[in-house]
Design a protein. Structure first.
Length: 294
């Protein structure tokens, strides 16, 4: 799909928000009332890129069936009901760390999706199910579009990540579009080594790098080669474009630091919220669009 009008397979960049088309789609998809500086966040970039991509490839149509994996209650679910025939949201609602009241997997989404709606939507187009991403209860080739936004990195082991990616590909129709957004480490840093973090955990008695194992770093983000090995390759589906990992210097302004359980922006202002930094390398969102051969 070399004829696409923009680069979709890329990392979130501060300069992307200078594009009026991106801003317009962002404002169309999120709840109303945000000030311009409040729009400068990577999560909203994910929404805008999803909407623009699906529009450009002709996936926004009345007969389209769309599956969102690890969907939470995010705004694109509601936006999509106004543009396609069927939207299916799946998540482990009521389970895990994201099931805390008000977080993405709040169990109330199963009972009352209206409570999370940012605007009017076509209620008859939205279906919500409690379902594990590693075992999607749908037949092969069921959906025209499958997407997952900043969730696959939380699936646990690399084996689970691979299985989740393969499951999303399995339920996608030939010719359909798979969109996976996840988190990418932007630089090499020795402290991102799971082995080193595990050693630090043992040497500090768990006071630092708690949760690190030889196969699991404390920041749930991928290096580029891990992205290829654990997310892209298991789908068996090609990217629609080569992946562009370049990022502008402006994107690092107001980097958000993870200090313990706190998020601390370098300037003290909450936005822009684009790049974060924890134990080692900074990271941000990366958008992956793939198309299943017909």
């Amino acid at each position: 799909m070399s004829s696409l009008s923009r680069q979709y397979n890329k990392v979130c960049d501060r300069r992307d928000f200078d594009d009026p088309v991106v801003r317009a789609r962002l404002r169309d998809m999120v709840a109303p009332g945000y000030a311009p500086d409040e729009e400068l966040r990577r999560k909203f970039w994910e929404y805008a890129m999803l909407g623009l991509y699906l529009e450009e490839v002709g996936a926004l149509r009345e007969d389209a069936e769309v599956l969102s994996v690890a969907a939470g209650h995010e705004e694109p679910l509601y936006w999509l009901t106004n543009h396609v025939g069927r939207v299916v949201a799946t998540d482990i609602y009521g389970e895990g760390s994201f099931a805390v009241e008000g977080r993405e997997a709040d169990i109330t989404m199963l009972e009352d999706p209206d409570a999370w709606a940012p605007y009017e939507y076509r209620r008859d187009r939205l279906e919500v199910y409690s379902m594990n991403a590693l075992d999607l209860k749908f037949p092969d080739e069921s959906f025209d579009v499958v997407f997952s936004l900043s969730s696959i990195e939380h699936f646990g082991s690399t084996k689970n990540v691979q299985r989740g990616a393969a499951e999303m590909a399995r339920v996608l129709k030939p010719g359909g579009h798979l969109i996976i957004v996840t988190e990418l480490l932007l630089r090499f840093h020795i402290l991102d080594s799971p082995w080193l973090q595990t050693a630090i955990r043992f040497l500090t008695g768990g006071r630092r790098c708690a949760g690190a194992t030889p196969r699991h770093r404390i920041v749930e983000a991928f290096r580029p080669r891990e992205l290829q090995r654990h997310v892209i390759k298991p789908t068996g589906i090609p990217l629609v474009q080569p992946l562009d990992l370049s990022i502008s210097p402006e994107s690092f302004e107001n980097m958000t630091l993870m200090i313990g359980d706190q998020l601390v922006p370098e300037t003290g202002r909450p936005y822009p919220h684009i790049v974060l930094k924890g134990h080692g390398s900074p990271w941000t969102s990366v958008f992956l669009a793939l198309r299943k051969p017909a």
